[in-house]
Design a protein around this ligand. Structure first.
Ligand code: NDP
Ligand SMILES: CC(C)CCC[C@@H](C)[C@H]1CC[C@H]2C3=CC[C@H]4[C@H](C)C(=O)CC[C@]4(C)[C@H]3CC[C@]12C
Length: 334
């Protein structure tokens, strides 16, 4: 039977590399590339068809950062497919990243140097803003849009895989400020929230046959990392990065390597997976890829609280949207 796989943020980086890898694994697959920019989506499809000429590759317009777009895309998915075997929640942003050079050089000579390179703890901040739905953009894109998509498609779903990060950190997340309106670590906060949500989904939905997993792709050269330092700089320091890889296998560097854990999970039986584990894509100093589970620093109780808070927010945004739509209809009648 043809399997259907939907991937958000599939037009570049790790998402696109995953598409390549899945088509190589199973040429009968039906891939649905869910992207906000249809030109970039078309380009990605052409690239995939160049290497897999008989592949079934569909496109779906989806901006996960917009409530209206998620709801419309979900309607379209329901009309097109009667099940989604794998939903990869991969789209993500890190806007206006700032590297604290002082902390970076201090970190270089500390005992935590390997940890710093693996997680960017204490050296990276971002500046977030409100989107047109009145939500914090990073929270809306990395977490809430995906949550809404899951809620809409729930009867069609069986496997969820989140592209999280080792930058996810408990101390960056506050339940009282789940959108991270106050702090400057919106990325870390949103990724910690996705880890919690995955656990909560497993707790609530495993009995109904829905399983969720979380991965970290490692440090990968993509548009996201080119936003932190320019691509020519990364190219220049590539030999240093290969050297660092000997000490931390988290420097996966290429999108193909970064997609290792995403691909690995595609081959696993969901019952054999640990809901509290984050599956890391790792690359050894010699360039061998492998997947390793590492325990997440998460409370079950707190993950349930986050789940309820997301349900409340969902109610609120749906109410707001229907009021706006009603207002628009009224003014159209006038
Ligand atoms: N690169 C790294 O080192 C790491 C990356 N990650 C995570 O990996 C995931 C993929 O990122 P990566 O491949 O690195 O970076 P890219 O920027 O190459 O890919 C991000 C993808 O997400 C899409 N996207 C962003 N915002 C939206 C939106 N509102 N709606 C729909 N799609 C959107 C982008 O589309 P568009 O082209 O239109 O912008 C793009 O396709 C992210 O979740 C990121 O946080 C995690 C750890 C490390
Ligand atoms: C000599 C060079 C290697 C100097 C590079 C310094 C920093 C720009 C980078 C050091 C560690 C990097 C990161 C670590 C974790 C990534 C995480 C998993 C993620 O989700 C997104 C990207 C990272 C935060 C990444 C970003 C660049 C570094 C801070």
């Amino acid at each position: 039977m043809e399997r259907v796989v939907l991937i958000t943020g599939a037009n570049s980086g790790i998402g696109l590399a995953l598409c390549e890898r899945l088509l190589t694994e199973d040429s009968q697959l039906r891939l649905c590339l869910a992207c906000r920019n249809m030109q970039r989506a078309e380009a990605a499809r052409s690239a995939l068809l160049t290497s897999h000429s008989n592949a079934h590759v569909d496109l779906l317009q989806l901006d996960v950062g917009s409530v209206q777009s998620v709801l419309s895309a979900a309607q379209e998915v329901k009309a097109r497919y009667n099940r989604i075997d794998f939903l990869y929640l991969n789209a993500g942003i890190m806007p206006n990243p700032q590297l604290d050079l002082n902390a970076f050089f201090k970190g270089l000579f500390s005992r935590n140097v390997v940890r710093m390179f693996a997680t960017a703890e204490g050296i990276l901040t971002q500046q977030d803003r409100l989107n047109s739905d009145g939500l914090q953009e990073v929270f809306a894109t990395n977490l809430f849009g995906h949550f809404l998509l899951i809620r809409e498609l729930e009867p069609l779903l069986s496997r969820l895989v989140w592209t999280s990060s080792s930058n996810a950190r408990r101390s960056a997340f506050s339940m009282e400020d789940m959108q991270h309106r106050e702090g400057r670590e919106s990325y870390s906060s949103s990724k910690y929230a996705s880890d919690m949500l995955s656990l909560a989904l497993n707790r609530q939905k495993n009995s109904q046959g829905l399983f969720s997993s979380v991965i970290c792709p490692g440090l990968v050269m993509t548009n996201l990392t080119y936003g932190i330092l320019p691509s020519f700089f990364w190219t220049l320091i590539m030999p240093v990065m290969w050297l660092i890889r000997i000490f931390t296998n988290t420097f996966t560097l290429t999108p193909h390597n970064g997609a290792e854990a995403l691909h690995w999970l595609f081959l696993q039986n969901p019952e054999s997976l640990d809901p509290r584990a984050k599956y890391h894509s790792l690359t050894s100093g010699l360039g061998t890829n492998y997947t390793q589970p590492r325990q997440m620093d998460i409370d079950e109780g707190a993950s349930d609280v986050l789940y309820s808070k997301l349900l409340e927010l969902e109610k609120e945004v749906r109410r707001k949207l229907s009021e706006e739509n009603a207002d628009e209809e009224m003014s159209a009648v006038k």
